[in-house]
Design a protein around this ligand. Sequence first.
Ligand code: ATP
Length: 252
Amino acid sequence: MQIIKAEHISMQFNMASEKVDNIKEYLIRKIKGHISYDILWALQDVSFTMEAGESVALVGLNGSGKSTFLKVLAGVLEPTGGTINVRGSIAPLIELGAGFDIDLTAKENVWLNGAILGYPRPVMRTYYDDIVAFSGLGQFMDVPVKNFSSGMLARLAFSVMTFGTPDILIVDEVLAVGDFTFQEKCRRRIAEMQRNGTAILFVSHNMEQVREICTRAVWLEKGKVMADGECCQVTEQYMKKGEQAGGESVLP
Ligand SMILES: Nc1ncnc2c1ncn2[C@@H]1O[C@H](COP(=O)(O)OP(=O)(O)OP(=O)(O)O)[C@@H](O)[C@H]1O
């Protein structure tokens, strides 16, 4: 069963092309129509489908459009063009700390995120202890998350997003900031979710991790799909191209 169907997706960003020193100057220029923008196409005519239970990696150099595409799929960004159909629930681990209120404690944020994900309070009550235990942050649950390190935030976010069995788990580079003990735990949790039928959409610059978790890969470059196919083949093509470019930028 197809759970994601994205057709001809494009995403345009307007990048201010001159420096404005303060908000007052910005507003005056904006009212006078004196703000100029460069147009950047972060995604261009990207079509993508995903079957239930599949594990797909998005690979590509910095700025190639991976996070933008995940945000579009998760409904965080409205694409400039194209259509998207998603069947089922998405647990999005996209931006570290997104979905958290930094002034609230870790405990309050667990409840907040449970509500955002649509879990009733009695369900959250049954999951709460497991979420805390998995995060390993038991003694920090009453601390506001603004005082958390990026690794602690990643632990909390991963724990909150991966309880239950969402239809699709989106993981964007979040594992990179956790320490090796937590990365190992996350890998085991992802494998367990895969066994339970959750589809995984995974972004990482670590090709070893990508090959371990995914069977298919999609390679993005300058917002376009360069290849879509068997994971080892696509990642090899992608790395070969990178080596040939000798570290040259492929930013849009
Ligand atoms: N909110 C935004 N406003 C303006 N430009 C943006 C915005 N978000 C992304 N971009 C631009 O879109 C392009 C693609 O960015 P994106 O974050 O999707 O790349 P990425 O492949 O995830 O990169 P990385 O591997 O560095 O995380 C970049 O040039 C980036 O500057």
